[in-house]
Design a protein around this ligand. Sequence first.
Ligand SMILES: N[C@@H](CCC(=O)N[C@@H](CS)C(=O)NCC(=O)O)C(=O)O
Length: 209
Amino acid sequence: MYKLYGSPGAASFAVHWLLLELGEPFEVQFLDFAQNEQKSPQYLRLNPNGHVPVLVKGELVMYEAAAIAIWLSEQHPALGLAIPASAPERALGLQWMFHLANGLQPVFRQWFYPTDYIEPPENERLMSNAKARIEACFERINAHLSQQPYFAGAQPCVVDFHGLMLMRWSRNMPKPATEWPAIAAFVKRMKARPSFKTLNAREGLTEWL
Ligand SMILES: N[C@@H](CCC(=O)N[C@@H](CS)C(=O)NCC(=O)O)C(=O)O
C-alpha cells in the first residue's frame, strides 16, 4: 500500500490527488511544519532535503513531486493520466511538466520562503522579483491553454494535476492565476473532477473550492 508524507495544500497536493484518482487504499501522514517535522532525523532519512512529498511503498522511497506524479501515472496506465506516448502530445507534456517543476515551482519557493535565499530586508526585493516571474509564467501558460484545454492537448494528464496545484498556490497573491481567462477555464475544468472535492476534504482545505 502506498504511504504519502505531505502537508495540506503543499507540494504533496497533486500526488495525493493522483492517489485518490487511483482508487486504491493508501495512507497519508501530514507532517507538522510548525514543529519542523519535515526536518526530523527520521524524515530526513526518507528525504534528505526535508521537503514534502515523499511516497513510500515497500522498498520504494521517492521524493520530488513531479517525478512521483509521472512515476505513479506510468505505474498505473489504466488511470489514463500518463503523459501521452506519441508526438506531438508527448513533447508538449514533457516540456510543460519540466517547465512547471523546474521553472515555475522554484520561483514559488522564493515567494513563500524568501529568507531561505536572502536575509531581510533584501527578501522583499526577491519576493517582488518572484511575483513578476510567476506572473510572466502565467502569461505564457495562458497563451498555451488558449490553444487547447489541457497542457498536453485535448485530454488531461498528470501535467495538469501538477499545474493546477501550482496555480492554487497563487490564490492569495496580488494577481492570482485565475485572473488569466484561459487559466481560469482550465482551473474550472480540473476542479470539476469529483476527486478534487474529496482531496480538499481530506486535506481539510476550505479555500479555492
Ligand atoms: N522540488 C521539491 C520541492 C518540495 C517543496 O518545496 N515542498 C515544500 C512544501 S510546498 C516543503 O516541504 N516545505 C517545507 C520546508 O521547506 O521546510 C518537490 O517538488 O518535491
